[in-house]
Design a protein around this ligand. Structure first.
Ligand code: GTP
Ligand code: MG
Length: 393
């Protein structure tokens, strides 16, 4: 069965068209930002975008996402550009996919969730991450089943064998449901093991790096500790939770022992099935005493990214945690400042003044200002120790 859904295998670069519905009010329209990000996602998955289509609507068309005129335009464009893949920036309903495929003829239709799941499948390394992604894919596929699973009934014999008069689709659903149960059991086993290990982490101050994908979380973990976590300029490079021991000595020579964890990054419209299936990996954020919210400040949309991360944390139940806002990749802005003569100081002060949390500007890449970050972590740790939650060693 795995072969059939192994989306993440190495493939040829596919040419694609990106499609998005924008806000009718142009001041609120973020379609070009969204399409930039979708293009990066497509690139990460191994596709190259050759064109974009945006339609300004109040709501996407319930039947075909785009309206009729734009749909004709898209259909023509696929032929002119000889494109066999169209990617939509939203999650499409199963019937929208069917209708669009009917209109475009022999063109693969992929929605944002399908694309993100594909990237997760390609990047999953550990047994746990692989199971989590497979489970999320199955849950995503369940309502979208057409006849694609019927071959499985022949392969798996007893399970889900069709009864008289039943439709094939029912058999398919049953097979997928059984597979979901099976995956869930395997995952539960791994997670139980993880819980035993987590219990041993109690004495230390737990710090969790959270943030938008590609913000530089893994790079920061590497810069602060001597970890060697994969950091790459691609989305969702990290899909598991890496925990490293770390310590800071204060001016009086007291040692503060930390566990620093790096985990999955977030993105706008992260499919809900993924959030569900990655709950145990994301639990490191819930168990943390301090969050380092890492932000790629060189990204023009970084403020939106901060909002998405806050919302996603709230969705997984992580609220009111002591947080340090770590604005990373400041070297990129400093470079721009040198080239364009733009003053960074006002921007920085403004940010520091207007946040509910302590703010620090760093570069994980150039290891700039990591001392200030350490000081802030120490200050937050002291508060935790004072409240008697953790002890100094
Ligand atoms: N210029 C610059 N690039 C950085 C900095 N920190 C990280 N990067 C680059 O940003 C990219 C993403 O870094 P990662 O550390 O993989 O980011 P991440 O947040 O762990 O990303 P995911 O695991 O994919 O969610 C890599 O190409 C890094 O080299 C920085 O301070 N300055
Ligand atoms: Mg990472």
């Amino acid at each position: 069965m795995r072969e059939k859904i192994a989306f993440g295998k190495k493939r040829e670069i596919e040419r694609c068209i990106l499609v998005c519905v924008g806000n009718k009010n142009s001041a609120l329209d973020k379609s070009s930002e969204y399409l930039d990000e979708l293009e990066l996602l497509a690139e990460t998955a191994g596709a190259v975008a050759v064109a974009r289509i945006v339609q300004k609507l109040i709501h996407p068309d319930p039947k075909t996402y785009l309206g009729k005129g734009k749909m004709d335009e898209l259909s023509l464009m696929t032929k002119q550009e000889k494109v066999k893949l169209v990617i939509f920036d939203d999650e499409l309903t199963p019937s929208q996919v069917r209708n669009i495929e009917g209109r475009l003829k022999e063109v693969k239709v992929l929605d944002r969730s399908g694309l993100i799941l594909d990237i997760f499948a390609a990047n999953a390394q550990t047994a746990q991450a692989k199971l989590q992604v497979e489970l999320a894919q199955m849950r995503y596929l369940m309502p979208r089943l057409t006849r694609m699973w019927t071959h499985l009934s022949k392969q798996t014999g007893g399970i889900g064998t069709r009864g008289p008069g039943e439709k094939e689709i029912e058999t398919d659903r049953r097979i997928v449901r059984n597979t979901i149960d099976d995956l869930q059991k395997k995952l539960d086993r791994i997670e139980r093991q993880g819980n035993i290990q987590r219990k041993r982490r109690h004495e230390k101050i737990n710090i969790s790096l959270v943030g938008y994908t590609n913000a530089g979380k893994s790079s920061l973990l590497n810069a602060l500790t001597k970890a060697n976590v994969l950091a790459e300029n691609k989305l969702f490079a990290t899909l598991d939770a890496t925990v490293r021991q770390w310590q800071i000595v204060d001016e009086e020579g007291k040692y503060y022992h930390f566990l620093l964890s790096d985990t999955v990054g977030f993105i706008r419209k992260l499919p809900h099935t993924l959030i569900e299936c990655f709950k145990s990996t994301l639990a490191v954020a819930d168990e943390a005493n301090i969050l380092l919210h890492v932000v790629d400040v060189s990204n023009p949309y970084f403020e939106d990214h901060i909002a998405v991360v806050k919302d996603t944390l709230a969705e997984i139940g992580v609220v009111d945690k002591p947080t340090i806002l770590v604005l990373n990749k400041i070297d990129v802005l400093e470079e721009q400042e040198r080239e364009e003569g733009e003053e960074l100081i006002d921007f920085k002060n403004n940010w520091i003044a207007n946040q509910e949390w302590p703010v620090v500007f760093v570069s994980a890449y150039k290891k700039t200002n990591l001392e200030t970050l350490r000081d802030l972590i120490l200050q937050e740790s002291l508060k935790i120790v004072k409240r008697g939650i953790k002890k100094v060693q």
